[in-house]
Design a protein around this ligand. Structure first.
Ligand code: ARG
Length: 454
């Protein structure tokens, strides 16, 4: 087999070492990007008067034919293809003969691979964004469907204060909105062209790198060749974004798992997104959310693994960097697999409104009780203690705060009057939290307006 860089070697390369070295199984996914990058490079070489018109035409036509072979699934790899770059060049030689050898003039795989990778990522980010957007749409749909339905809000997984179910749905919208902004912001750093930096020191060919960048859809050409061939921040950052998305999805997944349990019974999954047990006929399991939660760990592992790979690498290109693509591809695939499924699961989930409403007990309005006394002129720190005493008294009597006689309240504080019982209306509690970001129906309406850009 003919190896691209075989010239200086007298002996055959060990086959096991070849397998270790080869990155084709992973990087063949960047075939189209590799051909596009080569086409742009050959155009730049031509403009720089490195190629004759007929050489340029021949290489460009050959590359176009190769692109067609990839698009139609006709391209065949051979055992000597070490990576996608060598595969394309080998095929070009088969198609147009020795002129193909001029394509790699002034170029190295070091600047080529990271160009391909960046191009690939520039395509993956919008795909991820639109999957996230669909998922967010399902959350907003559910929020709108929930109307003014109430549910218990928790801290420490203990009943805390009543909230609107819609507010809870939207609390999962905003983190994903930040994730999407983060991805968009990352585009700025991905959209920097390494091509034209050679192996490390730059290219001796007088190419217009700015024009080259524009021709490939990049915003700018990298300003330092040593940095250009070794920079993988963008990949680490992408993996961070993916991990953060995973964590946000996992947090929601955990809540759905908990809330679909019989103990909570706040939601029921549709049959299309539930799984059964091979043993227990009654089971309706939330596997898709458990897998979402589980895969968030895998995503975080991809980030951790790769960022450690980058630590302490000597400048500039090191073969360790070949480890960059697999985690990014896996992270992308993982999210693009999870997102449509949980989007469907949320679109078809049923909220058990009555069950949520009855899970709100009068003790969840203990803060409102303290706030009530504040309106009677007592400082909050004192009212907190009085309300605490009321909670204790009701607990001892095994009754709700709303069932405790007025005399008992008045014994705790003479400021209590007959209107105190109004505070135990959870909707009243919710309505009072009307400042920006609160759970009141008005605030939730405002959030939806903000989301829809109205
Ligand atoms: N397959 C390599 C990678 O993914 C391409 C660059 C190889 N460069 C080299 N000098 N060996 O990083």
């Amino acid at each position: 087999m003919t190896i691209l860089w075989g010239g200086r070697f007298a002996q055959k390369f060990d086959t096991a070492a070849w397998d270790l070295n080869s990155s084709l199984p992973v990087d063949q996914r960047m075939a189209i990007q590799d051909v596009d990058g080569s086409l742009a490079w050959v155009n730049a070489l031509h403009k720089a008067n490195i190629l004759l018109d007929e050489e340029h035409t021949s290489i460009a036509l050959g590359l176009a034919a190769i692109k067609e072979e990839f698009s139609s699934g006709q391209f065949s790899f051979v055992p000597s293809d070490e990576d996608i770059h060598t595969a394309v060049e080998r095929r070009l030689t088969e198609l147009i003969g020795p002129t193909a050898g001029k394509l790699h003039t002034g170029r190295s795989r070091n600047n080529q691979v990271t160009t391909d990778f960046r191009l690939w990522m520039l395509g993956a980010i919008p795909a991820l964004d639109s999957a996230l957007l669909n998922f967010q749409a399902a959350l907003v749909e559910q929020a709108e469907l929930a109307g003014e339905a109430l549910m218990p809000g928790y801290t420490h997984l203990q009943r805390a204060q009543p909230i609107l179910l819609a507010h809870w749905w939207l609390s999962h919208y905003w983190p994903l909105q930040r994730d999407r902004t983060r991805l968009k912001d990352l585009i700025v750093r991905v959209s920097v062209l390494p091509l034209g930096c050679g192996a490390l020191a730059g290219t001796p060919v007088p190419v217009d790198r700015t024009a080259l960048a524009v021709s490939l859809g990049f915003a700018e050409a990298s300003p330092n060749s040593l940095d250009a061939v070794s920079d993988r921040d963008f990949a680490a950052e992408f993996l961070f974004c993916a991990s953060m998305i995973g964590i946000h999805l996992s947090k929601l997944a955990e809540q759905i798992i908990l809330f679909t349990s019989t103990e909570f019974g706040f939601f029921e999954l549709s049959d299309a997104f539930s799984t059964g047990s091979s043993l227990m006929p009654q089971k309706k399991n939330p596997d898709v959310f458990e897998l979402t939660r589980g895969k968030s760990g895998t995503l975080l592992g991809l980030l951790t693994g790769f960022i450690v790979t980058l630590k302490g690498l000597p400048s500039t290109y090191d073969k360790d960097l070949q480890e960059d693509k697999a985690p990014v591809f896996t992270a992308t695939d993982t999210l693009l697999t999870i997102l449509p499924v949980i989007t469907g699961a949320l679109r078809t989930i049923t909220a058990k409104l009555e069950r949520m409403r009855t899970a709100i007990d009068s003790f969840m309005m203990a803060t409102d009780l303290a706030d009530y006394l504040v309106t009677k002129g007592i400082p909050f720190r004192e009212t907190h203690t009085i309300a605490g005493n009321a909670v204790r008294a009701a607990g001892e009597k095994k009754i709700g705060l709303d069932e405790m006689p007025l005399e008992v309240y008045q014994a705790l504080s003479p400021a209590f009057e007959a209107d105190v019982y109004q505070v135990f209306d959870p909707m009243r509690s919710v309505e009072k939290r009307n400042a920006i970001g609160g759970t009141s129906p008005q605030s939730v309406k405002n959030q939806i307006k903000q989301i829809k850009g109205e």
